[in-house]
Design a protein. Structure first.
Length: 228
């Protein structure tokens, strides 16, 4: 039995899976809640992909391998469980044809007069080059607007990671600034491009725009579903 992060009395959109989309190669992709049994895939794939992930992710205080042990996973999962139950984070797994393919996170969720969050994502190398990140970002963005009920989603990407920038631009994000020495990444303070998207910037969803642009084949289902 899957053990999902506990639901909160005030956390719209959690814990829920998104609808599915069909990629151009026919694979099915959805986002679903992170659960405790994901630790093995999480550690194995992230260790395998160190050369892609380490240069673009926050500096780890230990070795990369030590940061992805079973103990490290338990600490990571416990922290995400706490923040999810507090309504601050929505941690989601990218699932392609039922297989763990990476993660999408909606973080620093704020309701009320701010009504925004940031979105981040990573994709396992075995699934790269198939439009997985772009489709996953679309589902995460639509979930933030449609289910979590936010007005604005923001993101950052490194100047030397233009592929991430293309994912965001494909989903309708617009550049709003350049943040100098913004985050400590791979041992140094790094500059970042800052992009954002408001719910009323377009009259369509991110998934619908990807379909119109030919970046996905179709949306298989459009409604998020509870995972309880």
């Amino acid at each position: 039995m899957l053990r999902f992060l506990g639901s909160s009395s005030y956390h719209p959109g959690w814990p829920e899976s998104t609808g599915e989309v069909e990629l151009c190669d026919g694979a099915r992709l959805r986002l679903r809640p992170l659960n405790s049994s994901d630790g093995r895939d999480w550690a194995r794939f992230r260790i395998t992909d160190e050369r892609w992930l380490r240069p673009v992710e926050p500096t780890v205080p230990t070795s990369w391998t030590a940061a992805h042990t079973r103990t490290a996973w338990r600490a990571t999962f416990a922290n995400l469980r706490r923040m999810a139950s507090d309504g601050v984070v929505v941690p989601l797994v990218i699932e392609v044809d039922g297989y763990f393919a990476g993660q999408v996170t909606l973080g620093n969720i704020q309701h009320g007069s701010i009504s925004e969050c940031w979105i981040g994502y990573w994709v396992h190398s075995a699934f790269m080059g198939r439009g997985v990140a772009t489709a996953a970002c679309a589902l995460g963005t639509d979930h933030a607007f449609g289910r979590v009920g936010l007005h604005r989603v923001t993101a950052t990407y490194l100047p030397d990671n233009p592929a991430s920038g293309r994912v965001l631009i494909a989903n309708g994000y617009s550049e709003e600034g350049y943040l100098r020495r913004n985050l400590h990444i791979d041992g140094a303070w790094r500059d970042h491009h800052f992009v954002a998207l408001n719910v009323d910037d377009y009259g369509t969803t991110a998934v619908a725009r990807l379909k119109s642009a030919g970046k996905i084949r179709r949306a298989l289902s459009g409604q998020s579903a509870p995972d309880r």
